[in-house]
Design a protein around this ligand. Structure first.
Ligand code: G3H
Ligand code: 13P
Ligand code: ZN
Length: 307
């Protein structure tokens, strides 16, 4: 059943677990996500970026989710706009049927971010839609980073408190050292968990971890053995994800792991059957490989058996 992001995340916040927010760009990805949720009895957040919306068309994105939500009414699912870059983009998504939106004005000054977020919250709440905002810059933190540099880039807990109070935003993404994609850390993985705990204390709302892909060993191996190159890649270890959830994270954004798992399988099949051209012979196993990665995540984040 399609529900608001707030409903899913308030429950996770109260009970102290994480819900994967999985990106999709087509039916195969979305179906893989739903199949994992069904298998693990996990609530779901599925999210489309502006790029994904451009690729699918907004009606298709909403239509796919509504169709699967109707087919599997037992799965509580929220449809979220990932990294909405403007008020207009958020309104468009709300009008089209999204039940959760992110207004990402984190690259603006604090006051501008606050103003923009507040505008979106006013409309979204009138429509029963949850809102996410972000504070700080997403970037890997390295051993030799100075305290001042860290303070300049990462979330400030006191600012987070003021931001949440003023905007009434429903969930907040605090920058604590993650980044998007497959190359998250130059040295050893490092996150600012202390800062995270302070933000949770100051805000007491669901928190969001962007750039949370782990690149698990099995996924990396599958990609490499199919002939892919992932030199220098590093994800967020599972143990870090669990510590982040203990520290107050409830929404765990995941895209890269899904992409890598899917493409590894497509390439393996292409390599092994060079006369094959039936799309289904590629996409069914690739979807299944993706689904396994998602199901494993649901166990690790603690959302399995939550519906
Ligand atoms: O935040 C980034 C997500 O992985 C979406 O990426 O903009 O390439 O669709 P995209
Ligand atoms: P990954 O690139 O780590 O999967 O992060 C995705 C994300 O944060 C989407 O908003
Ligand atoms: Zn993100």
């Amino acid at each position: 059943m399609l529900v608001s992001g707030t409903e899913i995340l308030q429950k996770a916040h109260k009970e102290g677990y994480g819900v994967g927010a999985f990106n999709f760009v087509n039916f195969e990805m979305l179906n893989a996500i739903f199949q994992a949720a069904l298998q693990k009895h996990s609530p779901l957040i599925v999210q489309a970026s502006e790029g994904a919306i451009k690729y699918m068309g907004i009606e298709m994105a909403v239509g796919l989710v509504k169709t699967l939500a109707q087919k599997y009414p037992e799965v509580p699912v929220a449809l979220h706009l990932d990294h909405g870059t403007s008020y207009e983009s958020c309104i468009k998504a709300i009008r089209a049927g999204f039940t959760s939106v992110m207004i990402d004005a984190s690259h603006h000054h604090f006051e501008e971010n606050l103003k923009e977020t507040k505008r979106v919250v006013e409309v979204a709440h009138a429509c029963g839609v949850g809102v996410e905002a972000e504070l700080g810059r997403l970037m890997g933190i390295e051993d030799n980073i100075s305290v001042d540099e860290k303070d300049a880039a990462l979330v400030n807990p006191k600012e987070a408190e003021e931001f949440v109070k003023e905007t009434k935003v429903d969930y907040l993404a605090p920058a604590i050292g993650t980044s998007h994609g497959a190359f998250k850390f130059k040295g050893e993985p490092k996150l600012d968990f202390e800062r995270l705990v302070q933000v949770k204390k100051c805000t007491n709302i669901p928190l969001v971890l962007h750039g949370a892909s782990a690149i698990p060993d099995t996924v990396r191996q599958a990609f490499l053995s199919s002939g892919g190159d992932l030199k220098g890649s590093k994800g967020v270890p599972f143990s870090f994800l669990q510590e982040a959830i203990k520290g107050g994270i409830n929404k765990v954004n995941t895209d890269t792991d899904l992409r890598i798992a899917f493409i590894a399988e497509v390439r393996r099949i292409a390599n092994e059957n060079n006369s094959e051209f039936d799309l289904r012979k590629f996409f069914s196993p690739a979807s299944l490989a993706m689904s396994k990665v998602i199901a494993q995540r649901m166990e690790i984040l603690g959302s399995a058996d939550k519906y």
